[in-house]
Design a protein around this ligand. Structure first.
Ligand SMILES: *[C@@H]1O[C@H](CO)[C@@H](O)[C@H](O)[C@H]1NC(C)=O
Ligand SMILES: *[C@@H]1O[C@H](CO)[C@@H](O)[C@H](O)[C@H]1NC(C)=O
Ligand SMILES: *[C@@H]1O[C@H](CO)[C@@H](O)[C@H](O)[C@H]1NC(C)=O
Ligand SMILES: *[C@@H]1O[C@H](CO)[C@@H](O)[C@H](O)[C@H]1NC(C)=O
Ligand SMILES: [Zn+2]
Length: 523
């Protein structure tokens, strides 16, 4: 059987090589002129190249030594589409044709994001799904659906605590780490190591403020330092110093700590580690970090979330820089690693309907994935890219090709004869900016009077809300590396960790090693 398959595969490869010869070597995907789109040959050859790429990629069935999960927070499918157009237009190529790094992956599926009690999810219940494999209640993290919001006692019961794929990796003798552009105690990264009945319990101050007793309700920052998984993470990078420092001290940037228990969790982290544990607070120290002498790395680059990349003053490391530093430390483990990387501010910009920032953060996220691909071997590292939930952003109207994705549409509304933007939201803040009353009639403001070139421009929306909400559409899953072909189809978000665990022989479900134990790829 295997011999037959070998000869069939060889015959296919030869045929495919001949067809590649016929259609010429794969041309760059970048298109510099929209006139090429009008050529019949262009589309035919493009399709043949796509087919060739698929036929010449056999499924990768090695055991994954490493797993990297990239989470674009709120990165809905329209966000990816608009992000690729935005990136292409900035680079001076035809944006519609452009591909973000993860759009080059061969295998894509759809993840259903609803939570146990909400049609439209938040980042907490979804983190339980994509990291621990169990859907949970809205606003809870790392606990079963038996735990309701603010049920501190329930969240402490061992039977209600979920174990994440980071815990599975540690149990399997690998290293684990996390990188994010938000506070490291924010909902998505907390899914790696915390168990809490409320995502807002980031410090003991937050727990008190929300009417609970910190003694019976361990905050998320404490769990990062003391928790079974938290204390064993080799790499932790992001923002949020104030959640770790007592209210009697200030951080290196001059912000007062928040903690009421007097603990300096940053010092505790460093003192509790075996080996060389480094704490860094700025980009310079990150870029000069020597991974060979770093056993543990804790990087905090802001009192709260990291600054948006578009607002950056060069003090803040990029997601790609943090990812590179994390991989340099983790890849020293001969047994492999699990790394969680979050582009966390795509979501924040969408909540403000600041589309340009959301798209720029999406491009930054893509750059981090490019870096990870450069630094890893696809025969031994599984890379999975997805989002936790969508947003209400849409690309609408009939803009011409090469119309600025963040600008006004090429045509007017056929009702009020006023222009509209290609990007808009179903709901959002500051509706007064877009609607006015004239002679007792509600009218749209003429968008030509607003500045859409500004990076902080907010985009129009329908329903007024204090902030734009999440969306309930499925999100895409892009996979590359060992067993990436498993990630196709439409499935529950909670299936993701078991698929990653299957490929890397980790976790409680069936794994590749149960079927046919086999060595890692050897060059
Ligand atoms: C797309 O539009 C921009 C701005 O209007 C223009 O500078 C550029 O030349 C156009 N690109 C192509 C490929 O036609
Ligand atoms: C700091 O926390 C202590 C202990 O809870 C509290 O008594 C004190 O008022 C806090 N100080 C400030 C400045 O918030
Ligand atoms: C970075 O932090 C180190 C100490 O951790 C400090 O010595 C150095 O001056 C800082 N560099 C910048 C550019 O802020
Ligand atoms: C932290 O983030 C805030 C808000 O984005 C920004 O104004 C500030 O400059 C950042 N601080 C550092 C040290 O990068
Ligand atoms: Zn959100």
């Amino acid at each position: 059987m295997d011999t037959l398959r070998f000869w069939l595969a060889l015959a296919l490869q030869l045929t495919v090589s001949r067809s590649q010869y016929r259609y010429g070597p794969a041309k760059s995907w970048d298109l510099h002129s929209i006139s090429e789109l009008k050529s019949k040959e262009f589309w035919f050859h493009d399709a043949q190249r796509t087919l060739y790429e698929k036929l010449s990629t056999p499924p990768n069935q090695y055991r994954a030594k490493n797993v990297i999960f990239f989470l674009g927070d709120g990165m809905s499918v329209p966000t990816v589409t608009a992000g690729r157009i935005f990136d292409g237009q900035l680079r001076g190529v035809v944006g519609e044709r452009n591909r973000l790094e993860f759009e080059k992956f061969n295998y894509v599926g759809l993840s259903k994001t609803y939570c146990v009690n909400k049609q439209v999810a938040d980042s907490a219940c979804t983190a339980s799904a994509y990291l621990s494999g169990i859907k949970a209640n809205y606003l809870t993290i790392g606990v079963t659906p038996d735990v309701e919001l603010n049920d501190c006692a329930g969240a402490r019961l061992a039977k209600n605590r979920l174990s994440s794929i980071a815990a599975w990796a540690l149990k399997g003798g690998k290293s684990a780490g996390l990188v994010t552009t938000t506070r490291v105690t924010h909902a998505s990264p907390a899914g790696v190591y915390a168990h809490t009945s409320n995502r807002d319990f980031e410090s003991d101050y937050d727990v008190s403020k929300l009417g609970q007793n910190p003694g019976g309700c361990p905050d998320i920052a404490t769990q990062l330092i003391d928790g079974e998984v938290g204390q064993r993470l080799r790499v932790v990078m992001g923002g949020g110093t104030i959640k770790f420092l007592p209210n009697t001290t200030t951080d290196v940037y001059g912000n007062k700590g928040q903690r009421l228990d007097g603990r300096n969790l940053i010092d505790e982290w460093q003192q509790s580690k075996p080996g060389n544990a480094r704490v860094i607070f700025n980009r310079t120290d990150l870029l000069s970090n020597d991974p060979q002498t770093t056993d543990f790395l804790f990087g905090l680059f802001n009192a709260s979330h990291l600054a948006y990349h578009l607002d950056d003053s060069l003090d803040t490391p990029t997601l790609a820089e943090m990812t590179e530093a994390a991989l340099n430390v983790l890849s020293r483990d001969p047994a492999g690693y699990f790394l969680f990387v979050e582009g966390g501010r795509i979501d924040h910009a969408h909540h403000e309907t600041k589309a340009k920032k959301a798209l720029d953060e999406t491009v930054q996220f893509s750059e981090a994935i490019r870096k990870a691909r450069e630094l890893t071997n696809p025969w031994e590292t599984l890379i999975v890219v997805s989002a936790d939930h969508g947003h209400t952003v849409s690309i609408s109207g009939y803009p011409d090709v090469n119309n600025s994705i963040v600008g006004l549409n090429t045509e007017l509304s056929n009702v009020d004869q006023l222009p509209y933007t290609a990007i808009s939201y179903a709901n959002g803040p500051n509706y007064q900016k877009f609607y006015q009353v004239n002679d007792g009639e509600v009218e749209r403001v003429d968008l030509r009077t607003l500045d859409f070139a500004d990076r902080n421009a907010i985009y129009p929306h329908g329903v007024p809300m204090t902030e734009e909400t999440h969306g309930g559409g499925d999100v895409a899953v892009y996979a590359h590396g060992p067993w990436s072909h498993l990630f196709t189809g439409v499935y529950e978000q909670s299936s993701l960790p078991y698929m990653m665990g299957f490929a890397s022989c980790l976790g409680p479900g069936i794994t590749y090693c149960d079927l046919k134990p086999k060595a890692h790829y050897t060059p």
